[in-house]
Ligand binder design. Sequence first.
Ligand SMILES: [Zn+2]
Ligand SMILES: [Zn+2]
Length: 164
Amino acid sequence: MAATAGTHPDTHSGHRHPTADVALRDAVALRLQGAGQRSTPARDALVEVLAAAGRPVTIPEILAAGAGLAQSSVYRNLVVLEQAGVVHRIVTNAEFARFELTEDLTGDHHHHLICSECGGVDDVPAAPAIEQALHLAVSEIERATGFSTTAHRIDLVGRCRTCR
Ligand SMILES: [Zn+2]
Ligand SMILES: [Zn+2]
């Protein structure tokens, strides 16, 4: 199970120290290398947009963030970054999927609230009490199934405050 870093009341973790960005860029470069790919200015820019957003964003939101990224290159590079384990794609029933940096890369374990009305996706920090309860439940499932768990992802699906 990933370490619980998300105990801050602020659900938007997009405020990073510059040195953290360098560490992130190095970690991304390493993963790309492992996937037989390499860092490019466009891929670095994409990772920067995702890190700055601090929440799952759509392709139109990525394009609106500027950084001079072309739509075709965003599509192509998101696929590469996803295959390299840098980016996690969140599929909702909205028109656009959303993208975030993988949490084993950021160390920021969190769960998602997915609104089935507007397609909005929000992060919720993984509170220690919730993680402890989950750990117990996971242990029971592992005992019953012989499955060995390394991580969990929780997406709560429903209606956001605006759509209720
Ligand atoms: Zn909504
Ligand atoms: Zn969790």
